[in-house]
Design a protein around this ligand. Sequence first.
Ligand code: FCB
Length: 441
Amino acid sequence: MIEAAFHFPNGFLWGTATSSHQVEGGNRLNDWWAWEGQPGRILRGDRSGLACDWWGGRWKEDLDRAAAGGQTAHRLSVEWSRIEPEPGRWDPHALDFYREVLSGMHARGIEPMVTLHHFTNPFWLAEQGGWENENVVARFETFTRKTVAVLKDLTDFWCTINEPNIYIYLAYSTGDFPPGKKDIRAAFRVMRNQIFAHAAAYYAIHEIQPEARVGIAIQYRPLIPHTANPLDGVVARIQSRISNDLFPRALQDGRLRFPLRREHAAKVAHTQDYLGLNYYSCDHVSFDLSKAGELFGRRFYPEGADLSDIGWNANIPEGMARAIRWANTFGLPIYITENGIEDETDRIRPRYLVQHLHQAWKAANTGVPIRGYFHWSLVDNFEWERGWTQRFGLWALNPETQQRTERPSARLYAEICRENGITSDMVRRFAPEVFPVLFPG
Ligand code: FCB
């Protein structure tokens, strides 16, 4: 039988992504640990607990699996509350831990990308008003300088802040993340502080390490007007400008386009060396007078969408194509820094994986500078306010016994990484239901 294949450019990075609080376990010194202890905050009352026990050393076995599966990169985050447990006090043990993990990655042929802020804050910072307090800009810069100075011989690949748009939305608009506020003014204050903190970190990193590659990871969620009604179009556009564009555009041209106030800050312009794109799904939007808090736009998945177990993600690969087109308007190298689906039984993940990668392949082969892909995630981990109800891992985890079980997607992804591409044979074996979509005729 004639085989077809979609190959990626040489040197394309193949990896997975994780974050400190979600995999390390025992992160008692951050705002999330306290939040998890409050009744009603996390589904079923779940706790991060030991998480994947990376702090206890199980990062070794998980990275062994990643390396055996042909992965060449891994995106992880460092935990600010461990590195700086009290203001100005640095814990050498924590810094040694991250040195050991990064060295362990190199020993396995895995290139690290290090995120400095992935949703969690030291408890002391939260008590000082967290990201609402302007002092956070200097605090974050100091933390960045310390961390980069210690780790600079082990990586030059930095992501300052993970998904500022999602963090701000959940922590200051829906109240699902600590500090649990529903306060639009606070949300814009936090956004401003995060923009300035990113820029300060950008310059600090380049001062210490001129060759560094520094960016953010933004979650781009295409928002599609549900009908031709112009009002659907207007609310979709406004929501998208605020949630998708405001932050990364400010880092591009220094213009902070808040809804009621504009600001120009030359020093935040041109502070991204690459665009980190997280894509999960897209929403339809329709004008709805009852949704004042969401700028009169109701968001939902289209009827008949290919939904994950509890309906949290829809498999919409065309959204990946849109997201990449959007990312390409920044004129920077692009890394897909997260993409994945919650799916305990691996019912939908194989097709989600090949269909999304197929879109990335199409873009990469028509000249879009996509340089790598990090699947979320390597192993099931603690999914924030959804606790352990969602399973994103290529490997399943039983958090009680710490036992890992390979899902078929782990084998599929390993084949993709080793091949540097997707073949018709892989699709036939792992996701036959989409074979005619990927290989028509
Ligand atoms: C992203 C987060 C990541 C993980 C995935 C499922 O928004 O960056 O930590 O929770 O969603």
